[in-house]
Design a protein around this ligand. Structure first.
Ligand code: G
Ligand code: MN
Length: 255
């Protein structure tokens, strides 16, 4: 069934979060040189009891428009930390990336919870990546940059998401001293390897590592590797799955 945001309201989303209708799925990222799995991205998934799976773009937009983004963001952060902690206890050393809306960066809620998660849990800050999107909507850039700087001093990695699609720019990434840049799948799908190469050069010269996402073919994987990207993510490597499915895949794949 097709679902539009109009059929859903913020109340339903808030209830869904409380009633555990939302889950985190994870998608691996590999080191493009060694092909080893080095990290995963945590992605929120909502299965509505009658409407079925709701596309994340729809419920994130709904959450941002209604303020529920703070609850959604805290849910994602807690879940990702919990997954990371479980793996850590099992001896699986993988970083987990959590998506954060710029709206979350303008209040203390997210940062306070992050501090609590890191002090309460056995999760090492180095095992956490914070992916920030759509930087243009951040009104007070100075304050946000200062907070991102603090969490990086704790050892968390700040990653600028959706480069080449949204409003992310390398200049802004440098301004917040981000340590990672994610090349959007639109750029990979377009096959604009010169643009990817330019972004890689600029980002790496500022000390950032570069992750290409949306890799759907072997050819694309080879192109982003040739363009100098450090890490890769996409359906060609693996689709997002629940954490158990991921650890099964990790054990069964000959890597
Ligand atoms: O905005 P962000 O880049 O965090 O979005 C990640 C989204 O991209 C997720 O919804 C995920 O399911 C999807 N995704 C991950 N890998 C691929 C891919 O190879 N191709 C496409 N089309 N989508 C992907
Ligand atoms: Mn992301």
């Amino acid at each position: 069934m097709r679902v539009t945001t109009g059929e859903l309201d913020a109340r339903e989303l808030r209830d869904a979060i409380e009633n555990h209708q939302l889950r985190i799925h994870v998608q691996p990222q590999i080191d493009l040189e060694t092909e080893e799995v080095v990290a995963v991205e945590g992605l929120s998934r909502w299965t509505h009891p009658t409407l079925g799976p709701i596309p994340p773009a729809e419920f994130v937009a709904l959450a941002e428009a209604t303020g529920t983004i703070h609850e959604l963001g805290l849910f994602a952060l807690r879940e990702c930390c919990s997954i990371g902690r479980t793996w850590h206890e099992q001896g699986l050393e993988l970083a987990i990336a959590v998506n954060v809306s710029p709206l979350q960066l303008q209040t203390d809620l997210f940062f306070d919870e992050l501090e609590r998660q890191l002090s309460d849990s056995g999760l090492a800050p180095a095992d956490l990546i914070v992916e920030v999107t759509e930087a243009e909507r951040i009104s007070d850039y100075g304050v946000v940059a200062g907070r991102l700087d603090i969490i990086q001093q704790w050892g968390v990695t700040v990653s600028i998401d959706d480069f080449g699609a949204g409003h992310s720019s390398i200049e802004r990434a440098v301004a917040v001293r981000a340590r990672e840049l994610k090349i959007d799948r639109a750029l990979v799908a377009a096959g604009d390897w010169a643009a990817v190469g330019d972004a890689v050069e600029l980002a790496q010269s500022s000390g950032m590592r570069v992750v290409a996402e949306g890799i759907e073919t072997l050819e694309q994987l080879e192109h982003v590797r040739d363009a100098g990207c450090d890490r890769g993510q996409g359906y060609y490597i693996a689709r997002p799955t629940d954490p158990d499915g991921f650890t099964d895949w990790l054990q069964s794949s000959v890597r």
